[in-house]
Ligand binder design. Structure first.
Ligand SMILES: *Cc1c(COP(=O)(O)O)cnc(C)c1O
Length: 357
């Protein structure tokens, strides 16, 4: 740290993203990207806007916000756009949490902690149950805002809408942030509820189910009053946060419903196939409604499995956190990629168990 950096950032630990090798050597199943290209209209939208890059993008971001709102029968006044949903989270944490703190599960998206560090927000950790699910009752006595990824990151486990509503109603003086980065892979979104509950914010990304990770596009859904607060922060930090190519790419991706449904359905089919195959070969697999699986093999460490897969050209993610260190997280790729992963994983485990007696 230089002698010029603000002293309160001395302990800041930045988010560690999954590897992004810049060659095509690997089958990349480590960052939950979509294995499919963006919808057809996206490329056209980007090219059209590329010719107008001399102009600033629309600071109100209407085309993107409207397309996102329409999906859930909401209005533009219910939507705030982000440069990736990580930025939506920044706006929300900045607007609502700095003076109150926040509570989230012990196993969840690592970025929440990082944001808290950057913004000086205190956080409280609420352990998941032994089966890695969220127990809403554990939040009954918590008066700070709550942030839950649903399906949860690093487990893939889904919390049904009725449970989310319980969490929201448990304490209406408390804000509930639901991060639905993976909701399109089998769960039911709570976005339609934002006009019913004025203490609910739902965050979504176009990175995963809309194949736009590189474009950086996310949204938050909330009642008009909350959205106005979030917009105030967004326009104070960077009113042109969505570049015009992304704005139109996002709108085009949101409008192509058949392609979206085809891709998300395929991910779900391949996920179920992969989960069944892994279990047949003795792996323990968490029940996932996301575009990834958490799997572990008896007698082979998560780190070892990760390394051996990498040697074979397959990238998955391994986390050293105590509760999930035995697992690897594998993103659902195309059927062909997933087949290759399955063959390799099964072989590695067989070899490792053989070697160790
Ligand atoms: C991927 C992810 C995000 C961030 O996605 P962006 O690419 O920034 O839109 C947010 N929350 C969770 C739980 C995620 O897995």
């Amino acid at each position: 740290m230089s002698r010029f950096m603000c002293a309160d950032l001395a302990a800041l630990e930045p988010y560690v993203p999954g590897e992004q090798p810049q060659d095509k050597k690997y089958i990349k199943l480590n960052t939950n990207e979509s294995p499919f290209p963006p919808a057809e209209g996206v490329k056209r939208a980007v090219c059209e806007r590329a010719d107008m890059l001399n102009l600033y993008s629309d600071p109100v971001c209407t085309v993107f916000r409207r397309a996102a709102a329409e999906r859930y029968g909401l209005g533009v006044e219910n939507v705030s756009p982000g440069n990736g949903s990580d930025e939506n989270l920044l706006h929300i944490f900045y607007a609502f949490l700095r003076d109150k703190g926040v509570a989230f599960p012990d196993v969840t998206y690592g970025f929440y902690k990082v944001l808290c560090g950057a913004l000086g927000i205190e956080y409280k950790i609420v352990p998941l149950k032994a089966d890695f699910s969220v127990n809403v009752a554990d939040y009954a006595s918590i008066n700070t805002p709550v942030c839950i990824a649903n399906p949860n990151a690093q487990t893939g486990i889904y919390l049904p809408t009725e449970e989310v509503e319980k969490l929201v109603l448990q304490n209406t003086a408390r804000l509930v942030i639901i991060d639905e980065a993976y909701i399109d892979f089998g769960g039911q979104s709570c976005a339609p509820l934002v006009n019913k509950y004025d203490n609910l914010i739902v965050v979504q990304t176009l990175s995963k189910s809309r194949s736009l990770a590189g474009a950086r596009a996310g949204v938050s859904f909330a009642c008009e009053a909350l959205t106005a607060d979030i917009e105030k922060v967004r326009c104070s930090l960077n009113p042109y946060n969505i570049n015009s190519m992304t704005m139109y790419a996002a709108a085009a991706a949101l409008k192509d419903v058949p392609y979206f449904e085809k891709c998300t359905r395929e991910v779900q089919l391949v996920r179920e196939y992969a989960a069944t195959t892994l279990k047949n070969y003795g792996f323990y697999v968490l029940p996932s409604l996301s575009n990834f699986l958490m799997a572990k093999a008896e007698g082979v460490s998560g780190q070892k499995l990760y390394e051996k897969l990498k040697e074979r050209g397959i990238l998955v993610r391994h986390f050293s956190d105590e509760r999930i260190k035995d697992f690897i997280r594998v993103s659902i790729g195309t059927r062909a990629q997933t087949e290759q992963f399955l063959r390799a994983a099964i072989e590695i485990v067989r070899e490792e168990l053989h070697e160790n007696g």
